[in-house]
Design a binder for this molecule. Sequence first.
Ligand code: SF4
Ligand code: SF4
Length: 213
Amino acid sequence: MPIRLTSNDLARISCSSCEGCGECCRGMDDTIHLDPYDIYLLCKNLDTDFEGLLRTSVGLHVDGGLVLPHLQMDKKTDACTFLGPDGRCSIHAFRPGFCRLYPLGRVYEDGTLGYFVTDSICPGGRSKVRIQKWLEVPDLPRYESFVLIWHDFRKEVQKELLSVSDGELMQKTALYILDLFYATPTAPGKDFYTAFPRRIKKARKDLGLASSS
Ligand code: SF4
Ligand code: SF4
């Protein structure tokens, strides 16, 4: 059982001798999942929309009946399309949450969010760093609260979908979630973290879920 950590803990995860080999950004298939905040940041900083991302750098996979986005690997190089020729991330300042975590994983338990250190393919040495510093997420408590709510909501919808035998309804629900949380942009000038709970509330009402889980 890996040791459960909080963002206040120190962990030996920092690649102190990173030489930009890019190995942590290659051959990831569809495993770098993107949440609504990742898509919000990508659209905002790349001045595009969800459709634009789907045309260039993002793919879709099915998970527990939901259709969800992930970072697409380049067909020729099998590297993330954002990996620069120098082996460095070209969107480092607004890279997705999964990329910020590596080599950490998240653990969800009793309504709280924790972290654990995963096996790493990185050939560089590792030094200790505080997890909150490693993540480099502005307003971490608000971000962690979003991550928890999104995780719990997703799990709840996936559980509901498991009990549905109507294929058309399943597809409709999956496309509804994809549209509301990913394809519909946050209005210009509006705060993502303010808009997100309103979307959760709307989705709960539209899907007939209890108002809180
Ligand atoms: S977004 Fe950046 S850090 Fe994440 S996989 Fe792509 S190149 Fe690597
Ligand atoms: S695998 Fe390690 S050394 Fe290679 S780019 Fe990633 S962090 Fe740097």
